[in-house]
Design a protein around this ligand. Structure first.
Ligand SMILES: *Cc1c(COP(=O)(O)O)cnc(C)c1O
Length: 389
């Protein structure tokens, strides 16, 4: 690790088993740093799954590159490795391998394509901190990886992101960028974030009710939650203060969250196992995972017959139902054409957007949560079967 790295960065690198970690204001900023350090720029192309959030596409556009969308696997919602090669061009400069919900992607398949064409693979671990593949943590397979610590990610520091790599040359380039361009958050942002985190820990975190969730979403929409996504970020134009590091609140909170992570991961695994059992008893087909996958799910995805009805009625049944992703570039308000996504490009992903809701696995969810949530989705019913070949 470079001498100037912080205790939190060193603790994170050690937890994951990588050589270098760099903390940023958000996960998307970490991706931006990685793309810049890999020299991805004007008119280059970056491959990513057509089942992601638009905040993840913005950094690609910010460096002047074009996003190229590839369809996903039916069961893991991750990029389908066999569809990558046909989309490669001489301009392809990176492949983003997102591990959706915490399910490991077909890491070997994606890495093999990268190796054959000498294109670096960047792992998007924003939803998958704690998941493993063949005994090894996600985020240690590609040339680099990035993580998010926003409030509904595997752990939260209010906002936050981390870029990691064990490639010494790449680490040196990220360190240079940080020295030259990384700004500290403003005092106002620091104070707002501290207040938000305190409110979250007091009012949102202890409760699992949909009500508390809805209240937080409402505050977010009203712009009362610092740095939450607002429509301003749909303009693919980088704000002057985009490239930020973390402040004292995140620096203090991060190592504490890391210290609790092993227990949280064990809990998420138990919750997913219960959902597997309960849903199977109600007629859902078991999820088929790549061999050696040990997921720690940040949310448990399930396909339902009538997604709109599920979303409309969940709160009244005290079910904390999530809806990632509502369209190939979440959220539903994203102007897809501005991001070079044409409807029909990724049919499996588009179908998933219409069918998938997700259930809580966080530390406050328990057996009663699992039973209540499954009884609710069972009342809606499973989505019709589909060809998974
Ligand atoms: C949340 C998320 C991001 C972006 O993280 P931020 O910290 O919000 O910038 C990127 N990719 C995926 C898959 C995410 O879920």
């Amino acid at each position: 690790m470079p001498a100037e790295s912080s205790p939190y960065e060193r603790a994170f690198a050690e937890f994951l088993g990588v050589d270098h970690a760099f903390a940023f204001w958000k996960g998307r900023v970490a991706l931006y740093a990685i793309l810049r350090a890999l020299d991805v720029g004007q008119d280059d192309e970056v491959i990513l799954p057509g089942y992601t959030c638009v905040m993840n596409v913005n950094p690609i556009v910010y460096v002047g590159a074009r996003p190229i969308y590839v369809d996903i696997e039916t069961d893991t919602y991750n990029i389908r490795a066999s569809l990558i090669e046909p989309r490669l061009t001489p301009r392809t400069r990176a492949i983003i391998c997102q591990h959706t919900y915490g399910y490991p992607a077909d890491v070997e398949g994606v890495l093999a394509v990268g190796r054959r064409h000498n294109i670096p693979v960047i792992e998007d671990c924003c939803l998958s901190l704690g998941s493993r593949y063949k005994g090894q943590p996600l985020g240690t397979f590609g040339r680099a990886a990035y993580f998010s610590f926003q409030w509904n990610k595997p752990y939260t520091t209010g906002l936050g992101g981390m870029a990691v790599t064990s490639d010494a040359g790449l680490a040196e380039r990220i360190a240079d960028l940080c020295r030259q361009e990384r700004q500290p958050p403003s005092p106002r942002e620091t104070i707002l974030l501290a207040a938000q985190l305190a409110a979250y820990r007091t009012f949102i975190y202890p409760r699992t009710t949909a009500l508390a969730q809805n209240a937080f979403r409402w505050l977010t929409r009203k712009g009362l939650v610092v740095g939450s996504s607002d429509t301003a970020e749909f303009r693919p134009q980088m704000a002057d203060d985009f490239f930020k590091g973390i402040g004292p609140v995140q620096e203090r909170s991060g190592p504490r969250q890391l210290g609790r992570l092993d227990r949280a991961i064990a809990h998420r695994r138990r919750m997913a196992h219960r959902y597997d059992e309960l849903l199977a008893a109600h007629g859902w087909r078991p999820t088929s995972l790549p061999e050696g996958a040990e997921p720690a799910l940040v949310r448990y995805p399930v396909r339902v017959a009538d997604k709109q009805k599920a979303l409309d009625t969940a709160a009244s049944r005290f079910v904390e139902l999530g809806s990632w992703f509502e369209c190939p570039l979440h959220p539903i308000e994203t102007p897809l054409e501005a991001y070079d996504y044409e409807p029909g490009m990724c049919p499996v992903a588009e179908r998933a957007c219409r069918e998938v809701v997700n259930l809580p696995t966080h530390p406050r969810a328990d057996e009663a949560t699992a039973r209540r949530s499954v009884a609710f989705v069972a009342s809606i019913g499973p989505a019709p079967p589909q060809d998974t070949s």
